[in-house]
Design a protein around this ligand. Sequence first.
Ligand code: SF4
Ligand code: SF4
Length: 572
Amino acid sequence: MNIEVNNKIFEAKAGETILDVMNRNGIKVPTLCHMKNYFPSGACRMCVVEHENTGRLVTSCSYPVEEGMKVKTHTTRVIEARKMIVELLLSNHPDDCLYCVRNGNCTLQDLAVEHHVTERRVSGVKNNFNKDLSSPSITRDPDKCILCGRCVRVCEEVMGVSAIDYINRGSKTLIGTSFNKGLNTSSCVNCGQCIMVCPTGALSEKCHLNEIQMALNNPSKKVVIQYAPAISVSLAEEFGMEPGRDVNGIMNAALRKIGFDYVFDTSFSADLTIMEESAELIHRITNNGPLPLITSCCPAWVKYAEEFSVDFLPNVSSCKSPQQMLGAIIKSYFAEKIATKPEDIYSVSIMPCTAKKFEAQREDMTHQGITDVDAVMTTRELAQLIRLYGVDMHNIDPEMTDSPHGIRSSAGKLFGGSGGVMEAALRTAYFKLTGKELTEFKIHAVRGLTGRKETQIRIGDLQLGIAVVSGLQNAKILLDEIRDGRNDIHFIEIMACPGGCIAGGGQHIGADESAIMSRLKSLYDIDDRDSIKVSHKNPEVIELYEKFLGEPLGHKSHDLLHTEYKKRDVPL
Ligand code: SF4
Ligand code: SF4
């Protein structure tokens, strides 16, 4: 069928909305509550257009196309209606943009500028809700919430958690947990996906920058930093560089300029994780389970399992995540090596993830009373720190990481994207089971951003069924199939965030799917380029086992690198 938009004829398909047709043809109208690939709600009315056939203003995100429909997108009436929506939203909004974490990256602010809102014409009673600072990962400021509902939808539809919802009525309406208690008492898994879709500063990560600066200024502390595999291919966007650019060397140099004493790469401990996890997989295969083995690198998934999938806890790998493994090694082996007491080391990590803040403060992530990791910053916080210390990312020479935890295989680097842990683990499991390397390292069936991937792999006499899921709702569907009797899956990778850590809740806000794809492609390019493609050939990992750990699943590994998970009661 054809529809007319702004006097031009466009082709449209039955079932599409007016917004779909406009998006495809480069006609831009502002949206607020709308999210691509979600069922439209039309709640904010920001996307209204004039339906000339009826003379009504209709929400283009939810209005289906009709043959012969005529639409105008920027008449005076439409522009005035949108401007009024912005003014109404601002009428009770705090006027503290200069102090807001989203200053300069706020959709509401942008809309006010675009619609030339230069004075307050509508005065409403300002909201005066309490901030929720209870979560170790997420800060909520309901005064800044415009009730668009995006966070509610992502939490329910993508994460399958439903920790938050609309509560109260009328002017007292807000987004919160049941009974409006702290997020820490809810089922929230700290994934931060709600932050990624929030158009304002109502949701943000719990910032650790003050503590980190205090440690940097404390001469009695050795401040050690590690960064996750996804960071070097995601940070560029914070500095206006092209998405996916690998700034690994530049980042090393920046971290030294800021004052970190040692710079390590968490991809090193991703390799270490693979050594332990592949040994665990083989042990379970040869000792009748429990199978499927499920990865444990994602702390949001682990908390979800502790709350909602307790029946699968015996299946979850006992391996700590790479962040925690490296934290434990830094405060044991490395501390010994530099003749420093573990308590005099301040261990910081840079993660693409808000749930890592939660993970670092879990009781089981300590060793003899000393926490493995002291502070966690997201990619966004790292960018803030780099700016604060005046480091020019465009004019700095790349540097190497420090030894002994700076060398990685490209398999460890693949952890940054969905399917990466699986691919790395299978490369090493294949070698351990057959004594030979895979002839083709790339396992195409687990690559890409699709939320659910499955295949069968032959390793010697074994036929292994493997599955990779991202987005906890996808995980729930797969686990339900297994509960219903499916038994052809032996190994599962679960990441909470859709696409894995490259799209984690601590990443640059505003990245579209093509930017995320560029980050993933960058990881694959690194894998193509690098010479060490398997974790078991990482020379620093080999040395760590020879000099300190002994063997995978051995006594020392068990003590430092493994943990156990317990059912977690959700009070609300
Ligand atoms: S952090 Fe994740 S689980 Fe928690 S409220 Fe936000 S989307 Fe839901
Ligand atoms: S917290 Fe943010 S995403 Fe959630 S409803 Fe409010 S403004 Fe929208």
